[in-house]
Design a protein around this ligand. Structure first.
Ligand code: NAI
Length: 390
């Protein structure tokens, strides 16, 4: 099976490595020769390191490299069975590319996009045969992250969906099938992890450090929200939030925070700029602050913070299920495999109990009277019927 990948940047080169490692023949195309060269050199380095660590043998490295060819025209992808586009996030540019690509490939070729934020239906509309179009959304870095969201558009045929899922599973990835809605699963359900943390900070309830510590020490998250926003980049994370907020017709649940906007505007982007919510040295390592004087016993406060962020995440996951964005299994897999949450949010809801979830949401709503804190109808219904997700 031949795979064509368009765009040899961060994502395209990672996806090429994944497919080539599973024995598929890959052609990687980019309009920028320097980007192609960079991808080739980067892959050489990554594979050499894997050999050094004893993770693969030299013959394996050679085999993976031989599976990838670097091509200079779109027409070179004409013998592809599946193409995955990972170019700049711009609808018009993607549509023009798709329509040109369709004139070169066979009728049976699946044409996929790795877009994070554009609707698959709008991209598919540029094709003569829109039923062959689908979203195949990898996470960064593609070779390491287990999850791939597969997103059929309303035009996508069942056969294209099934074949795509089969191929991605063959690449040893966990597939979550998601409805073509803003943020798909992960970028939608994860919003409160950042948004509620920022809100708690803005209300003056706790510092970045205390909020991060609550999520790590009580919740078992690998990184706290502020550490994670610094890692992702405040510019990138803010843009995702704003895009999701706009796409959801300004639903207050996704409202971006001024704190993060100002950090992005000031150039306090996080690790990559040396300063964000924390300070970093030139290798991106955290510079420990002089110890800030903390109140004697912060445990009750941390418990409160953790409960508030967790219940907002659970509420978002339950609402995604309520609106048929994905199955309960796929929603939980998406969060554990796509963003390394310690537990699936719906399984966490079962553990905490539906009455706990509903009463925590109602407490927040009664305190603030904001639509942001409305409890998902599904949580309420399940509580009334004494049901669990699993
Ligand atoms: P990037 O900027 O690293 O790479 C994009 C590449 O596409 C560049 O090498 C550029 O020269 C090339 N390109 C631009 N226009 C082209 C065209 N018309 N034909 C061929 N090549 C062209 O971007 P990145 O981060 O790899 O993102 C690519 C896509 O993947 C975007 O749609 C993005 O939303 C999506 N995505 C990005 C993730 C991330 O964390 N970076 C995660 C998941 C999806």
């Amino acid at each position: 099976m031949n795979i064509g990948i368009i765009g040899s940047g961060t994502m395209g080169s990672g996806i090429a490595q994944v497919a080539a490692t599973s024995g598929y023949k890959v052609k990687l195309f980019d309009t920028n020769q320097a980007a192609l060269d960079k991808a080739r050199v980067a892959l050489e380095k990554i594979l050499a390191r894997l050999v050094e660590k004893g993770r693969i043998v030299t013959s394996e490295k050679d085999r993976i490299q031989a599976n990838i060819s670097y091509v200079e025209t779109l027409k070179d992808l004409s013998d592809s069975n599946l193409t995955i586009e990972a170019i700049v996030e711009n609808l018009e540019i993607k549509k023009n590319l798709f329509s040109e690509l369709e004139s070169y490939v066979s009728d049976a070729c699946i044409i996929a996009s790795n877009t994070s934020s554009l609707s698959i239906a709008s991209i598919a509309s540029s094709l003569q045969k829109p039923e062959r179009c689908i979203g195949i959304h990898f996470f960064n870095p593609a070779p390491l992250m287990k999850l791939v969201e597969v997103v059929p558009a309303i035009q996508t045929s069942q056969e294209v969906l099934e074949t795509s899922v089969k191929i991605i599973k063959d690449w040893k990835k966990t597939v979550a099938v998601a409805k073509d809605t803003p943020g798909f699963i992960v970028n939608r359900v994860a919003r409160p992890f950042y948004g509620e943390a920022l809100r708690i900070y803005e209300e003056g309830i706790a510092s970045f450090e205390t909020i991060d510590s609550a999520m790590k020490n009580i919740g078992g998250f690998r990184m706290g929200p502020f550490e994670l926003m610094d890692f992702i980049g405040n510019d990138v994370n803010y843009t995702v939030t704003e895009t999701v907020f706009t796409a959801f017709y300004f639903d207050p649940r996704y409202k971006p925070a001024f704190t993060q906007k100002r950090f992005a505007e000031a150039g306090y982007l996080g690790r990559k700029s040396g300063k964000g919510y924390y300070d970093y040295d030139k290798n991106g390592h955290l510079i420990q602050r002089d110890s800030v004087i903390q109140p004697e016993n912060e445990e009750p406060l941390k418990q409160l913070i953790f409960n508030r962020i967790l219940v907002m995440l659970i509420n978002e996951a339950a609402d995604a299920l309520f609106l048929n964005i994905a199955s309960a299994e796929d929603i939980d897999n998406a969060m554990t495999k796509g963003v390394n949450y310690p537990k699936g949010l719906l399984a966490w809801a079962d553990e905490k109990g539906m009455d706990w979830c509903v009463s925590k949401m109602d407490e927040l709503y009664n305190e603030y009277h904001e639509d942001r804190y409305r409890c998902s109808p599904l949580l309420r219904k399940m509580n009334n019927e004494n049901k669990t997700f699993f």
